[in-house]
Design a protein around this ligand. Structure first.
Ligand SMILES: O=C(O)CCC(=O)C(=O)O
Ligand SMILES: [Fe+2]
Length: 262
């Protein structure tokens, strides 16, 4: 039995240390929604539900701009055809240098500090390490550990394509939260292709969470575990994510993982 998490929301992820106020995301050219996000509320959603859906972060034109990069081979360090590896069906590509695409760079840099604020509350709760407050500091730490390859990726699915349930770990240094931003409009550009999460619960059956982000919306979710308060303290419930089969059209997603890969 999972204890109702609603009681946690007053003192978000509380383990003694005061939560404090989330860092403010400074106004960012072309990305006004970023500074309007309510991180306390998003954190409460993560605690209660395991994943949190943001308001739209990007316009359709911005989504199209990012989608268009998929066909610029010079921008990517590797292309993965999922069916060749048993990962699912469809193609994803890792940006060689996400800084080469200004929108992707801004999103990753600007979303990191408030996510680190959330992650550090989890860390305090678990008695684990805290993460730096800035992305460049995290990336320097990754580099010192041999994790130098960029992890932001574009995923493209057509009819019949899907992504198997997985976790994006990539090395010893794992920043615990990630965000996937939907670049197409469900129901218009494609059908099917829901975002699926499965939470493994000790001594209980697994729970599925299904989310249908609209164009420009992001889904924030844990890379490896969801913290759940139970009897005897906080437990980690492993969480995996994937994409259900796309029935028609084309679905493209921008995945932002904050640690780099070995
Ligand atoms: O296409 C999706 O929604 C899955 C994205 C994903 O696996 C990721 O962002 O790591
Ligand atoms: Fe993933």
């Amino acid at each position: 039995m999972i204890e109702p998490a609603a009681a946690d929301t007053g003192a978000l992820f509380n383990v003694g240390a005061p939560a404090g106020a989330p860092p403010r995301v400074p106004p960012t050219a072309g990305l006004p929604a970023l500074s309007e996000l309510d991180w306390t509320e998003l954190g409460a959603r993560l605690t209660e539900e395991g994943v949190a859906l943001t308001p739209p972060l990007l316009s359709r034109a911005q989504c199209q701009q990012i989608i268009a990069t998929f066909d610029e081979p010079g921008l990517f360090r590797s292309t993965v055809v999922m069916q060749r590896h048993g990962f699912g069906r469809g193609t994803y590509k890792y940006y060689a240098d996400p800084a080469a695409v200004p929108l992707v760079r801004s999103l990753r840099e600007r979303l990191y500090p408030p996510l680190a604020w959330l992650a550090n509350q989890w860390a305090a709760r678990w008695g684990e390490r805290a993460f730096p407050t800035r992305l460049d500091e995290l990336l320097a730490e990754c580099a010192a550990n041999g994790q130098t390859r960029a992890t932001p990726l574009l995923l493209r699915y057509g009819p019949g394509d899907y992504a198997g349930l997985h976790q994006d770990v990539y090395g010893d240094i794992v920043f615990p939260l990630q965000i996937a931003i939907m670049l197409n409009q469900p129901g218009e550009d494609f059908t099917g292709g829901e975002s699926v999460f499965v939470e493994q619960r000790p001594r209980a059956q697994s729970r599925a969470i299904v989310v249908t982000p609209r164009l420009g919306q992001g889904v924030i979710f844990p890379v490896r575990h969801r913290p759940v308060r139970g009897q005897g303290g906080v437990r980690r419930h492993p969480l995996r994510h994937g994409t259900s089969t796309v029935r028609s059209g084309q679905r493209t997603t921008l995945g932002l993982i904050f640690h780099n890969a070995r």
